[in-house]
Design a protein around this ligand. Structure first.
Ligand code: ZN
Length: 323
């Protein structure tokens, strides 16, 4: 078994042999599954009041089944089969990012994997190009957390990809991932995570803005504490007038398993108990208030609603509002 657990209380490795790249399982298999056409820019457009939300497909990766926590093998197979997925092999997960346009303000929420996850992800630059958005035009970037599949797209070969944008990061996540003493005590397999976060922090020096829980970022965006997956993992509420949508990052990430088994997690959760508690709280909130949500790793575009089902939850994908 390959897994590791990042925790504020202590960083430990579950077993020897894990690598930071182990989320990227069998990219050649995923390429075969997605085909060449999937490399075309892929978008989903939706309004939230007067805010235009465009969800971009950054790519895919395969989650090793051994990285699923709090579920036994039979429950995993049952969930995958119920979703008509292959019962063996890595679980295919999308990576999405979001552009929010209002007037001349262009906000990017998360940046995808860049080069960090291999050839099946990292399409942010091509997608922005296809949308006619120059990197200089992005005015700000908001991060749900500092994992590589959310910040890799911020970095190019010569440093920061976005020369003018402010970078908004949870104060808690930022202090965790840029803390040298935490990094030096972390397992070898996590070193790439820390190194990338620190490289991003350095590349965007002078324009990193730290937010607290429930912060009003302006332009219709507020942050919501969703701690657990990482210490400062945060959702972003996008609202205009009576309309809203919550980008919940990785709060619920594996659609085939975590709606029906909300206590299940992945080995990358910093604190799996806190992540599960957060997941239930967020799911209960969006069920009660019928709030539309967007999840980074849910089947693209990962936008929809949640319902209660059989003592747990079910995902209801949004029907595309043609526009
Ligand atoms: Zn993620």
């Amino acid at each position: 078994m390959t897994s590791f657990n990042l925790s504020r209380r202590g960083l430990m490795m579950g077993a020897a042999g894990g690598t930071a790249a182990l989320m990227v399982a069998s990219p050649q298999v995923l390429r075969a599954q997605t085909g060449a056409a999937a490399a075309l820019p892929t978008f989903y457009d939706r309004m939230v009041g007067d805010l235009r939300l465009t969800t971009l497909l950054d790519g895919y990766f395969g989650l090793d089944q051994e990285l699923v926590t709090n579920l036994d093998a039979a429950q995993i197979v049952e969930g995958l089969e119920a979703a008509y997925l292959e019962a063996s092999g890595p679980i295919p997960l999308a990576i999405s990012t979001h552009i929010i346009r209002h007037g001349d303000q262009i906000t990017l929420v998360d940046a995808g994997a860049g080069a960090a996850f291999g050839p099946t992800a990292g399409r942010l630059g091509a997608s922005l190009g296809a949308l006619g958005i120059a990197v200089e035009e992005v005015t700000r970037i908001v991060l749900t957390h500092m994992h590589p599949d959310h910040i890799g797209g911020l970095m190019g070969e010569s440093g920061a990809v976005f020369p003018k944008a402010s970078l908004h990061v949870s104060q808690i996540d930022h202090s965790f991932w840029t803390d040298e003493s935490i990094a030096s005590g972390a397992p070898e397999s996590a070193q790439d995570f820390f190194a990338l976060a620190r490289a991003v922090d350095a590349a965007y020096a002078g324009r990193v803005e730290l937010f607290s829980d429930g912060a009003d970022l302006g332009g219709g965006l507020t942050t919501i504490a969703m701690h657990g997956h990482t210490p400062g993992h945060s959702g972003v509420r996008v609202s205009d007038g009576a309309e809203q949508l919550i980008i919940w990052g990785d709060s619920t990430a594996v659609a085939a398993l975590q709606f029906s088994h909300p206590d299940s997690g992945i080995a990358f959760d910093a604190d799996s108990a806190q992540a599960a508690e957060t997941r239930r709280r967020v799911l209960d909130m969006v069920v009660a208030d019928k709030i539309a949500v967007a999840g980074t790793h849910l089947p693209f575009p990962g936008i929809g609603h949640v319902e209660e089902k059989d003592g747990a939850y079910a995902w209801v994908p949004e029907h595309w509002r043609h526009m």
